[in-house]
Design a protein around this ligand. Sequence first.
Ligand code: PLP
Length: 284
Amino acid sequence: RIVYVDGQYVEEQDAKVSVFDRGFLFADAVYEVTAVINGKLAEYDGHITRLQLSCRELALQLPVSIEELKKIHLALIDKNQLHEGAIYLQLSRGNAGDRDFHFPGAEVKSTLVLFTQARAVIDNPKAETGLHVVTCPDIRWHRRDIKTVSLLAACLAKEVAHSKGADDAFLVENGFITEGSSCNCYIVLADNTVVTRQLSNDILHGITRQSLLELAAKDNITLEERPFTPEEAYHASEIFLSSATTFVLPVVSLDGKTIGTGKPGPIAKRLREIYIARVKAQVE
Ligand code: PLP
């Protein structure tokens, strides 16, 4: 696999980042994951807009122009002949030559790394079977709207899920589900209303979420943006989640409780279908 590191395209085994890189030492870095379908970028503008927001919040400077960044994405797809999967981008505050909490001066350039990951996005078998999910406490910091690489809490939540034989974890704070370990969460009420938590610093503003809400509104699905509890979710007719690389996936059990019929529900199926249609139109 060819990866990109600070202006160079190199074989992954030859890629190097300093031990003094602030991404490594302090998780002083932001990232984006963009799906690649049919060798093309899905929802690219949304991801780059969010990257710019993350950078602004942390006073991080991109070392390349926005035009150049797109060229790098396209070059990596091409060099790796990636048909379907994702591109991971990470931008850290760079290598200050020592371990020092204070931000380095402007002379220290940020470190930009991108690599591709091949995987089946559209034909995901979990879309047919649905996911088993457990809840666990949300122990993350309070700026979840910034997409930082500080993902240890997400790793721990996924380990809890794994140890219980589940596929993923939904995070709970003050009695309410915030979001999933790496996704936004939705419940469907008996009257088919879709409920998802409103945007704030408590959750990542999912690019997939934003598109899904637009598509759902056009499809005359009633939406409510508000917090919901695990208890309300246990009694929902459906639960589903969204992210850049899973699109929409149904959840068929939460904390061992069967949701609805125990099979992927019609609203989640419909939203997955119209979301795939949206992405396919982008990558034609
Ligand atoms: N919430 C969290 C915590 C995430 O890590 C992610 C994606 O990785 C999402 C939500 C979904 O965001 P997006 O749809 O932009 O991938």
